[in-house]
Ligand binder design. Structure first.
Ligand code: TRP
Length: 448
């Protein structure tokens, strides 16, 4: 279907499915449980949900409106809406963070391929906690993860080059609901584990004294990461929405489904963490250590495990496709490269970053930047600094600079529907979001 001379998604379902495809990925299933585990459980969860709905939903509306109003990528969108200003420079934060995220994300996606293959060949042995931990180390340290990272990036490049994005989307429309069903089944299973109550209370009962500046910053970073916000990813996707897509609703549905998946992942992981005696603070390896235990307790565990890691791999691919689009749009539209060359260049950069990240669990584990390994630094810097900063600029722009009539027309589809919350949205974009993000930043560097 074409509108305004541009290909658009055919149905409302397609618009929601693709944005949810971008949002749901390792961020929900791998990153959320480990961040929650390291940042006090319930306290983190509370802040995370507050940020999703108070900052995430308004920012989603802002990115959607900019994207559909201009039908362009992040640079084009800022330039079109403010031709003589330098707002478009925010696009560079987007490029930088999309490449950093792609680098470490591919390493974790590589682990999912490795776990999928090892489950299939029956070489995963998780009979007790020691073996589980050792197994993670053997699978992910040394040079092996490099191989899987490269493999994942090749898959991503293939999708971007081969023009099979449509195919991936169609497949994910069927497979993502399947992943959802699988998550619910595992949740039910986790609720039968002996230390269920400890796990659930860790996740759901908030101890307010645990809300420190760094917990706030991590929850903010996680909310933005999970919703793919702050680097123009949702903006670019919205440029393909049809004129009938209702932006406010799509934002709310995306945020709700996305946080639901994260909560389901938490409900699966934490009862198991306590039942199997694993530390919730294990960090990035948490989920990869816990899940195989869960599978080993299930009848036909090998089958579940293979299927789950396969679906997780696909969910990661729909997310990396969306983040690669940012740098590819930059190279094609700003640097006038062909799409093929742009894809190869951005894959090569991500591959270089990916190598450092992949090796930071093994040979490069002693090499640190500001006290963090490459992997942790890339993750921390992009998610906790770049995304909130990019998001803050977008809020300020839409709140203060974007023509109000245009914003209203986007949110009401040219006056066809009512959007009762417009004034509230603008108030949030002008004041609440930027001030909240600013305060969290200042709080973290110790200024207030
Ligand atoms: N949201 C995705 C996840 O949860 C990751 C992702 C895709 C992303 N595109 C992004 C994160 C853009 C930040 C920005 O797995």
């Amino acid at each position: 279907m074409t509108q305004n001379n541009r290909e658009v998604f055919g149905s409302r379902f397609a618009a929601i499915a693709t944005t949810v495809g971008s949002a749901v990925g390792l961020g929900n299933i791998w990153r959320f449980p480990y961040e929650a585990g390291q940042n006090g459980g319930g306290a983190f969860m509370l802040c995370y949900l507050a940020f999703i709905f108070m900052l995430g939903v308004p920012l989603l509306c802002a990115e959607y409106s900019m994207g559909r109003a201009t039908r362009s990528n992040i640079f084009g969108a800022y330039r079109r809406l403010a031709p003589r200003r330098k707002w478009y420079l925010a696009g560079y934060i987007g490029i930088l963070s999309s490449i950093l995220i792609l680098s470490f994300y591919s390493v974790v996606a590589g682990w999912t391929i490795e776990y999928c293959v090892s489950s299939m060949t029956g070489s995963l042995d998780f009979s007790d906690t020691e073996t589980g931990h050792l197994q993670f180390l053997t699978l992910t340290t040394g040079w092996r993860p490099v191989l899987w990272t490269v493999l994942f990036l090749l898959c991503n490049t293939f999708v971007m080059l081969g023009g099979v994005t449509k195919g991936i989307e169609r497949a994910s429309n069927i497979l993502m609901p399947l992943l959802f069903v699988l998550l619910i089944a595992f949740c039910v299973n986790s609720l039968t584990l002996p230390w269920r109550d400890q796990g659930l209370s860790f996740l759901f009962s908030a101890d307010f004294s645990k809300i420190t500046p760094s917990v706030l910053l991590s929850a903010l970073g996680q909310a933005f990461f999970s919703l793919s916000l702050g680097l123009g990813c949702m903006l670019t996707y919205a440029s393909y929405f049809s004129n009938n897509t209702r932006l406010g609703r799509t934002a709310f549905v995306t945020a709700s489904l996305d946080s639901l998946v994260a909560i389901l992942a938490g409900v699966i992981i934490f009862p198991a963490v306590f039942s199997f005696g694993i530390s919730p603070e294990s960090g990035p390896m948490l989920v990869f250590e816990v899940l195989p235990y869960i599978f080993s307790q299930l009848p036909a565990g090998v089958l579940w495990s293979t299927l789950f890691f396969l679906l997780l791999f696909l969910a990661s691919l729909t997310s990396t496709v969306s983040m690669s689009e940012i740098s590819i749009a930059f190279f094609t539209e700003e640097k006038k490269m062909s799409r093929r060359k742009a894809t190869l260049v951005s894959s090569a950069i991500a591959l270089t970053g990916g190598l450092f990240c992949a090796l930071s669990f093994g040979p490069l584990s002693d090499f640190t930047i500001f006290g963090r390994t490459f992997f942790n630094f890339f993750d921390y810097f992009s998610s906790n600094i770049c995304l909130p900063l990019g998001g803050m600029i977008c809020c300020l722009f839409v709140g203060w600079k974007m023509d109000r009539a245009l914003l209203k027309s986007e949110l009401t589809n040219g006056g066809k529907h009512r959007f009762a919350l417009l004034r509230l949205l603008v108030f949030f974009l002008r004041w609440i979001c930027p001030v909240a993000i600013g305060l969290i930043f200042l709080n973290c560097i110790g200024i207030i």
